[in-house]
Design a protein around this ligand. Sequence first.
Ligand code: GTP
Ligand code: MG
Length: 348
Amino acid sequence: SSQQQRKLRQPIVVVLGHVDHGKTTLLDKIRGTTVALKEPGAITQHVGASVVPASVIEKLAEPLKKFLPRFKLIIPGLLFIDTPGHEVFSNLRRRGGSVADFAILVVDIMEGFQPQTYEAIEILRQRRVPFLVAANKIDRIPGWKPHPDQPFLISYRMQKPEVQQRLEELLWNIIGEMYKLGFRADRFDRIKDFTKTVAVVPVSAKTGEGIPELLAVLAGLTQQYLQKRLMYAEGPAKGVVLELREQPGLGVVADVIIYDGILRKGDIIVTGGLEGPVITRVRSLLMPKPLVEIRTAKRELESVDEVVAAAGVRIVAPELEKAVAGAPIFVARDEEEAKELAKKVMEE
Ligand code: GTP
Ligand code: MG
């Protein structure tokens, strides 16, 4: 029968925001924190992305049990994509929307909304990507006493009243800006209906405060509201080309985000090019080596036979120099299907 077994994949979470507001530091902190937990497989590095597994999210969210008594994870983890610039996010297109299932909009709480913050919100609105706001750099609020890696709500309670008040004012600036843009927003622990209100999670990417809530809210929202979207078929892969790059000895290779299905070595792939569709065959699939100490990882890659959605992977294949970043990429079962897919690819 045509019935395929369907499983829940990791939500693809893209991190956006104004320059210097702390996107990369936030992801580094999440990675560092998860490595520090010394969970087996605490973090897996992908090309252009990283996965925080469910076991780690559960562990980090443990101190939150009081606030989230019914918190139970059903997703296998979260796949994070950093965006160094807007080009990359703009590339993450899929028909009628975005490859991103969810986004974190990082806003420096001291600086508030800045030009690229507005730009990011506009893109999220156009592509209908649900998001939360990480109100970052709370440690920079004058008088803030850091409690490293603690939940925000615990650290908040231990701050002086005037510091708490300052935080509330700064949060209100963010909430007010959101309101002007037509979004209802509120501090995450004051929200009753998350389908109507954008969650604002105060965090410090430097001290790690608020990271437990950030991950718990992300996991909670994505698994509650996006389950249907997160079912993946164990069929041919679908993805999007994040970036093309020249790799010495291998020619032009494609860094790809796979959002559905399975990609295997030897598969026929179809993608878009500037001068028409590109049909080629996967020569090899490269992934960062597992268990490489994060801090010293020098992007060492090793060949794998297959990758399962959601994943970031580097594809080595002939003719990729004709491909274009942002194009969809599909696996074809045979030459005939490849021709059909070639038409589809050029429509997008
Ligand atoms: P681009 O990729 O250039 O857009 O910047 P980004 O958003 O990735 O910012 P990045 O993580 O590079 O951080 C910018 C600066 O802010 C760095 O000096 C960080 O150390 C600092 N920073 C980031 N998060 C925090 C925070 O929570 N607290 C404090 N005090 N500094 C932070
Ligand atoms: Mg960055």
